[in-house]
Design a protein around this ligand. Structure first.
Ligand code: BGC
Length: 247
């Protein structure tokens, strides 16, 4: 089935039509930049612009950077608290004129990696992590997702979420070398491993394309691998998740 996948990140909405059977993008992705935090009207307009770009009338799956409870948005990390407690599926449906299914963005990326990427066929416990503006997490066991795991929000220094210490955005903002950044990632991984003991950790987000820069410094009990679908995982996964989402 063909579903328009939209992945919402801290700086842009990115979307493309996806063949959910093969996990392939059917057209070049379209990107719409947003402000951080993102006003609701601006985000809805971005989703509308992506649907319009592809002249889309079919179903849309959206990977959203916050906790998704059914069709509602609960706590939101970096996109803005203005999105909280809204009926996300309904407002995006109204904006695009299409049926919309919502899921957490990291859960979506994890689904894609488990079906087509680095987690394919893995039956044990797998932790998918996405490093971007925040840190997204998704936990799988025997291929089943436990939704809305939020390891990026583990309280850290002065009770700040640990994503404010170890995300990819922090590396750029503080001008950290890859090695300096991985020192922070290793602190995060130690806590995450203590909480769920995964056998495999898949690292996604923009950094997955640059694994030669950081993988060598990683210290973890689990096997750590970069995501195979790179940044497409979020779009493909959002489309895959459409089938499971409340709408
Ligand atoms: C949000 C998560 C999201 C992650 C990556 C965090 O701030 O709380 O829901 O998966 O950022 O976007």
């Amino acid at each position: 089935m063909n579903v328009l996948g939209i992945d919402i990140g801290g700086s842009a909405f990115k979307g493309a039509p996806v063949d959910t059977k093969t996990g392939k993008l059917l057209a070049e992705r379209h990107r719409v930049e947003i402000d951080a935090p993102c006003p609701t009207a601006q985000g809805l307009a971005a989703a509308k612009a992506i649907a319009k770009h592809f002249d889309w009338k079919g179903p849309i799956g959206i990977g959203f950077p916050g906790i998704i409870l059914g069709d509602k948005i609960d706590a939101v990390g970096n996109l803005g608290t203005n999105w909280e407690k809204t009926n996300g599926a309904a407002i995006f449906r109204k904006a695009t004129g299409c049926k919309v299914g919502l899921s957490n963005d990291a859960d979506a990326a994890g689904l894609a990696e488990m079906r087509f990427g680095a987690g394919k066929g893995h039956q044990g416990s797998v932790l998918m992590l996405t490093f971007g503006t925040g840190i997204g997490s998704a936990l799988f066991y025997r291929g089943q997702l436990l939704p809305n795991i939020e390891f990026g929000h583990i309280p850290w220094h002065r009770s700040q979420p640990i994503e404010k210490y170890a995300s990819a955005a922090v590396r750029q903002r503080r001008n950290l070398s890859w090695e300096e950044w991985v020192v922070r990632v290793n602190v995060f991984l130690k806590v995450a491993e203590r909480l769920c003991s995964p056998e495999l950790i898949i690292v996604g987000g923009g950094v997955s394309k640059k694994a030669d820069k950081w993988l060598q410094f990683i210290e973890a009990k689990a096997k750590v691998v970069p995501a195979k679908m790179n940044n497409d995982a979020g779009i493909v996964g959002a489309a895959l998740a459409w089938e499971n989402s409340a709408r």
